[in-house]
Write a protein that binds this ligand. Structure first.
Ligand SMILES: Nc1ncnc2c1ncn2[C@@H]1O[C@H](COP(=O)(O)OP(=O)(O)OP(=O)(O)O)[C@@H](O)[C@H]1O
Ligand SMILES: [Mg+2]
Length: 619
């Protein structure tokens, strides 16, 4: 046991988040922490790392383990370069390196120096550069980023720097609050692999079922203000949860009956002198009883409905021969029209310019060259990637929305927030204390109340629990207006978009329908630093053979990518079915078996893909 939590109670002002509950974390255990938005996941993590003082209970860390904590909106504002910032995480190694340098001057032939050098070697001192390089590469940093100051990166990249630093520091317990929110598919799968192979104990909050399934061996769920532990991965948890809720419900009903029975006895006989003793003992029993709360049934999320006013002109926005970017163009000589019937999803590796294109099209960012066009009657609503930055911290959801939409009645604002699942207590809280998913609901309410005919959405499913993300997808499918979407969420893209846009080699390509290969993980960033390869002196035949083989492998990779997309699509449809059928145990069992098979074949294809792409990248 490394971490033991006993009778932990969390009360936020007057609202109880968690009744006294206990759990423990063992060495090497990988625990997924799940629950609907606002149930207290982040607050629980903050209590463990000492950033929040719980109302009651004890948190015991055995053997003083080293904690590594990634908050939900982690930023690294250091002025140091990314490389130096990461290296600073290796406190002990850096200290040892300094000692060695000093000894090399003061006592170059001492045994102490030899000892220190040996210690440095054992602690992996000579692999530092390789570790830092491969972590940065895995998280999508290109080599040109390594020596850039951390502070000049955008929010999503700041989170990655903080994550990389945490991984490098190799904590005994890694505590990660929604680490995948800003990661593309490639970085996500790298992180999943890294975490599952690491020997540290982990507590990971995530709404990404596929990600959790690759890593965790147990699930801790916050539901009904209590902790529920499941010894299995996320799929196992989904299978078992409905059964548990059923038995909780029958325990609740049984206790209700017993209580009613006791109360009945007390009411009837309490006043009678002959029965007073018996009535009193029943009264005591009633008072002593641990009252079972009625379990919240897994209700379906209320539907999200975007009001659609009048349409704009057919042309909504467009570019003519535009160069788009900050100092240097990310997209070059772009001519493109966003039409009113389009639901366009932009995909591509992190940093290729998707969000920048969105800002330029909305007119937020001036073009480097060329012209921007816009239609008339366009009412544009925007969901920014960083929801927290989009909202004023010192307002409440109600004051913020009534300032923006003064023609809306308070009742309308409240009912819109309520329909998105934001509890009425949170309507009056300061936005700064809202959870990630609650903030996202405030922006979604804004998009509903604004009655827009055009929506620009940058990663709108980040922070949302699975059920709400599902409701959002349904709402966007029904929306009759134009949508420009930036997302790494495959289910969202595949279900909502009519067109796909991809930025490749500074060119924007638009495709009607879905092109599976654009949704498969692409290698991002440059390769980790290795020694320059020696020139191979191959004779003509050997070169030709190699080139043919390479072509074959490239073709195989393309085929595999298509196959992987297909399997992933099947998997997501299955996940969705599992959520829909979560109360039907037999169906869930069947679906879980099916999912297991699909997952096996996916892993097999991914392994093949990885092997091949490794061979290709090494050639
Ligand atoms: N300082 C505070 N004052 C009042 N309420 C607070 C405060 N901090 C957090 N809360 C509330 O406590 C609840 C739990 O917040 P928390 O951030 O722990 O949720 P979460 O489970 O991490 O949600 P999400 O999935 O959206 O990240 C929320 O309703 C939030 O509004
Ligand atoms: Mg949270």
């Amino acid at each position: 046991m490394m971490l033991q939590i006993q009778e932990l109670e969390l009360i936020m002002s007057t609202h109880t988040l968690l009744h006294p509950s206990s759990f423990q974390l063992n060495p090497n255990q990988k625990l997924g922490l799940v629950g609907r938005n606002g149930t207290g996941k982040s607050t629980l993590l903050k209590s463990i790392v000492g950033e929040y003082l719980p109302t009651g209970g004890t948190i015991f860390l055995q053997g003083n383990p080293k904690l590594g904590y990634l908050p939900q909106n982690a930023v690294s504002e250091s002025k140091d370069s990314v490389w130096d910032e990461l290296k600073s995480a290796l406190i002990e190694l850096n200290r040892l390196e300094q000692e060695i340098q000093n000894l090399e001057i003061t006592a170059p032939s001492s045994t102490k120096l030899v000892e220190k050098m040996e210690q440095f070697r054992i602690m992996g001192g000579y692999q530092i550069d390789e570790t830092i390089g491969s972590t940065l590469h895995g998280l999508g940093f290109s080599q040109s980023d390594w020596h850039t100051p951390c502070s000049s990166f955008s929010g999503g990249w700041q989170m990655r720097i903080a994550l990389a630093k945490l991984l490098i520091s190799n904590p005994d317990i890694a505590i990660l609050d929604e680490p995948t929110n800003h990661l593309d598919i490639h970085a996500r799968s790298w992180l999943a692999q890294h975490l599952s192979q690491s020997s540290s104990a982990q507590i990971i909050v995530s709404h990404d079922q596929y990600f959790l399934d690759q890593i965790v061996d147990s699930i801790l769920e916050i539901r009904n203000k209590e902790l529920h532990i499941y010894k299995g991965n996320f799929s196992y948890f989904i299978q078992n949860r409905s059964q548990r809720i059923e038995s909780e419900q029958s325990a609740f009903e049984k206790q209700q009956k017993e209580r009613a029975h006791l109360q009945n006895y007390i009411d009837r006989f309490g006043a009678k002198a002959t029965k007073a003793k018996q009535a009193q003992s029943r009264q005591k029993k009633l008072e002593k009883m641990n009252v079972i709360e009625q379990p919240i049934q897994l209700k379906k999320e209320a539907s999200i409905h975007f009001t659609f006013p009048k349409s704009s002109t057919e042309l909504v926005f467009g570019f003519k021969n535009a160069d788009i970017g900050w100092e240097l163009p990310l997209v070059h000589n772009c001519s493109f029209q966003l039409r009113s019937h389009m639901k366009l999803a932009l995909v591509g590796a992190n940093g290729c310019g998707k969000s920048t294109l969105l800002h330029s099209l909305s007119g937020n960012l001036p073009l480097l060259k060329g012209n921007r066009m816009f239609g008339s009657g366009v009412r544009l609503g925007v969901y920014a990637q960083d929801v927290a930055a989009q909202l004023p911290k010192d307002h409440t959801p109600i004051s913020h929305l009534s300032n923006r939409y003064f023609h809306c009645t308070l009742t309308k604002i409240r009912s819109t927030l309520g329909s998105l699942g934001l509890s009425s207590e949170s309507h009056e809280k300061s936005i700064s204390v809202l959870s990630g998913g609650e903030k996202a609901r405030v922006v979604l309410a804004d998009l509903i109340l604004g009655e827009y005919n055009t929506l620009f959405l940058d990663e709108p499913t980040n922070h949302l629990d699975i059920e709400t993300a599902h409701a959002l997808i349904e709402g966007l499918k029904r929306f009759e207006g134009c949508i420009l979407l930036v997302s790494h969420d495959r289910r969202l893209i595949e279900q909502v978009s009519t067109h796909l846009g991809s930025i490749q080699d500074q060119t924007l390509l638009i495709h009607e329908g879905i092109q599976p290969s654009w949704l498969t993980p692409q290698k991002t960033g440059s390769q980790k630093s290795t020694e320059p390869k020696k020139e191979n002196k191959l004779d003509y035949q050997e070169r030709r053979r190699k080139s043919n083989q390479r072509k074959k492998q490239e073709k195989q990779i393309r085929i595999l990518e298509d196959e992987i997309s297909q399997i992933e699509l099947q998997q997501e449809l299955l996940d969705q079915k599992m959520i829909e059928m979560s109360t039907d145990y037999e169906q869930i069992q069947k679906l879980a078996n099916e999912q297991q098979k699909i997952e096996e074949s996916l892993m097999e294809k991914m392994e093949q893909w990885e092997e091949l792409s490794l061979i290709l990248s090494e050639e």
